[in-house]
Design a protein around this ligand. Structure first.
Ligand SMILES: C[S@@+](CC[C@H](N)C(=O)[O-])C[C@H]1O[C@@H](n2cnc3c(N)ncnc32)[C@H](O)[C@@H]1O
Length: 165
């Protein structure tokens, strides 16, 4: 299982995704160009102290990403007919997220082997990209046994209120 982020616009979202994927032991692929200065320093700031735990691949563009021969590309999009709750994930899936301002272009939409959505109430436009990722990644890992690969260690009392998030 991998998560891929298409041309992100907002450094804070990328940082939150780095943290999400790092905590769950899933590699993150960032497909550039990004809409912010994507330097090592900026990354470290956005990802707090989770960057060392993270496995991050950077790709100059969509074609460069495709050269990594991703297995099945599963696009998360509000335009999908299939709910993620009705989808059978596979361990090699790449969960592809669109950019905050514009999703993905039609060619990328067509290239995905599958398209899924998180159901929302009528009138809602879209979830925050990290919220969509967390919902779907959780289900994908549950279905494929991905959580079993995580060496889960309770953090103890240091996890409580007042600790640095
Ligand atoms: C803020 S949304 C993009 C909204 C953009 N204006 C558009 O028209 O696609 C950013 C990304 O989050 C994911 N996303 C947000 N809500 C979703 C939902 N309900 N189901 C599936 N993916 C969602 C998609 O990958 C989307 O490209």
């Amino acid at each position: 299982m991998r998560v891929a982020l298409f041309q992100p616009d907002i450094a804070g979202n990328t940082g939150a995704l780095i943290r999400l994927t790092a905590c769950l032991g899933v590699p993150l692929e960032v497909i550039e160009p990004a809409g912010f200065l994507f330097t090592r320093r900026e990354l470290a700031r956005a990802a707090l102290d989770y960057a060392p735990l993270a496995e991050i691949g950077r790709h100059a563009d969509w074609d460069a990403f495709l050269e990594t021969a991703p297995a099945r590309i599963v696009l998360l999009t509000t335009g999908a007919a299939t709910s993620y709750l009705d989808f059978a994930f596979a361990p090699g899936d790449v969960l592809l997220l669109g950019r905050e301002s514009a999703g993905v272009p039609p060619a990328v939409h067509r290239r995905a082997e599958a398209r899924i959505r998180v159901p929302m109430v009528a009138g809602a436009r879209a979830l925050n990209v990290v919220a969509a990722a967390a919902i779907v990644l959780g289900e994908a890992l549950r279905q494929t046994g991905g959580y079993r690969a995580i060496e889960d260690v309770a953090n103890g009392p240091g996890d409580g209120p007042g600790e640095r998030e």
